[in-house]
Design a protein around this ligand. Structure first.
Ligand SMILES: NC(=O)C1=CN([C@@H]2O[C@H](COP(=O)(O)OP(=O)(O)OC[C@H]3O[C@@H](n4cnc5c(N)ncnc54)[C@H](OP(=O)(O)O)[C@@H]3O)[C@@H](O)[C@H]2O)C=CC1
Ligand SMILES: N[C@@H](CC=O)C(=O)O
Length: 410
């Protein structure tokens, strides 16, 4: 089988090594030899690893498209365009498509599934969620027997790396973000990681498959982790909590709620002990109960493993056809399903604001616990609606305070 690889960065080089450098057990499992015939890059002149055959690098997608010998195209480049157009054109030419790109899958999920059906090719995207964790394959397999009503998990390696290093080593946000970038976990624009877009795209893909309805990134409430500080980490440790960046979706009677936000978990919760670039996904089905999937969610080898797994699937299941059905139309219920107690850290510029801040918090909630340290007021509220807390925080910020807040989940 002859294939093309689009992208030779973190994921692309991992795929290249498994196939062309015969890393791992791959060749023993493949029924025929696979050759990477062409690799698309932005800049052929860029310095690359010595093992890469420069002869097969190209900057022209048409060269790949018009090569009749190539019958599968692997997408290991980020962004929406030209990726979507390239996927579409590949399928129109009868080429199977495999991708690690969650932005394209979450945005054009229905179109891509329909194109694959129309042109009788396979469209596989295991690497787009959870890196090396085989979660999509599981959802398409025996989990289909279940009605799935809840998905919860840590789905971003970069932010989990940042939060666990801040918590265990007391490091500053910016320093650990840089480390995560150097290790190849972060997106080209890391604000996709820290502001929640990467997680919401992954949650959109999982929820769409599990709930049978195309849920898009823009339908998901998201709030990032930029504002968390060392003073918060110290307070969480004193209170027995661990901060995690959680993706959470629920289905209820023709509706769904989905959110991506920082949450506090008891330090005894299983998810509290998922560290560095590891991810975890919990799925609740009506027959199987709760299942949890754990593994490396970012980085070269785990992601490349998922991509090459899809390729093996294509080789071994030439007659298999798509089982994903997105024909239901669930209504977005907003944040209704996500009430809880909240932790708020309000940093004051000057003392006179102190009373005004407490009055404002008092208006919406009884204060369950309050601590004051230097210019910071730490508050634990009673159980509140997410929308009420969001509007409280907007009012606090308009008074010139800086605020970090998180829902307390367990
Ligand atoms: N890194 C990770 O851990 C994971 C990444 N992903 C996803 O995989 C995809 C790739 O990520 P990653 O490998 O980290 O990205 P990198 O930035 O490391 O690599 C991107 C590659 O794509 C090439 N490229 C980008 N734009 C174009 C273009 N317009 N035309 C031709 N080539 C192009 C670049 O070429 P050049 O080398 O010339 O610059 C580069 O080789 C993304 O969608 C990401 O979200 C999914 C799971 C995990
Ligand atoms: N930037 C992503 C890469 C994998 O999807 C992450 O950090 O999880």
């Amino acid at each position: 089988m002859k294939i093309a690889l689009l992208g030779m960065g973190t994921v692309g080089s991992g795929v290249y090594e498994i196939i062309n450098e015969e890393k791992g057990n791959y060749f023993a499992k493949a029924q025929e030899k696979i050759t990477i015939k062409k690799v698309l890059v932005r800049d052929k002149g860029k310095k690359r690893n010595d093992f890469i055959d420069e002869e097969i690098l190209t900057e022209s997608f048409d060269e790949i498209l018009n090569d009749e010998e190539i019958n599968a195209v692997i997408f290991a480049m980020g962004g929406l365009e030209p990726e979507f157009t390239f996927m579409k054109r590949s399928m129109e030419k009868g080429k199977h498509v495999i991708t690690a790109n969650k932005a394209v899958v979450s945005e054009y999920f229905e179109e891509l599934l329909n194109l694959a059906k129309k042109h009788n090719v396979m469209f596989l995207f295991e690497a787009s969620v959870g890196g090396g964790i085989p979660i999509i394959t599981s959802l398409k397999g025996t989990l289909q027997i279940n009605q799935i009503d809840e998905i919860k998990g840590i789905l971003n390696g970069t932010t989990n790396y940042i939060l666990s290093k801040m918590s265990s080593e007391g490091k500053a946000f910016a320093d650990v973000l840089q480390q995560a970038q150097e290790m190849g976990f972060a997106e080209a624009d890391p604000s996709a990681d820290v502001d929640g877009f990467d997680v919401s795209r992954k949650l959109a893909i999982l929820s769409s498959i599990a709930f049978g309805s195309h849920i898009k990134d823009e339908d998901i409430y998201k709030r990032g982790i930029r504002d968390v500080g060392k003073e918060d980490m110290e307070m969480f440790s004193n209170l027995g909590y661990i901060l995690k960046f959680l993706a959470h979706s629920k289905r209820m009677d023709g509706t769904y709620s989905a959110s991506v936000e920082p949450v506090l978990l008891s330090n005894k919760d299983i998810m509290s002990n998922v560290n560095e670039e590891f991810n975890i996904v919990s799925i609740k089905g009506n027959i199987i109960g709760e299942l949890q999937f754990y593994g490396k969610g970012a980085g070269k080898n785990p992601t490349a493993n998922a991509v090459v797994g899809d390729l093996l699937y294509i080789m071994n299941n030439q007659n298999s056809r798509e089982s994903i059905d997105l024909s239901q139309h669930l209504t977005n219920k907003g944040l209704g399903a996500f009430n809880g107690k909240y932790y708020l850290r309000i940093s004051l510029k000057d003392h006179p604001t102190f009373t005004a801040v407490l009055d404002l918090v008092d208006e919406v909630s009884k204060i369950k616990k309050m601590m004051v340290e230097k210019n910071n007021v730490f508050v634990i509220t009673e159980e509140l609606d997410a929308a009420v807390v969001n509007s409280l925080v907007d009012r606090l910020r308009s008074m010139g305070t800086s605020v970090f807040y998180a829902r307390i989940l367990s």
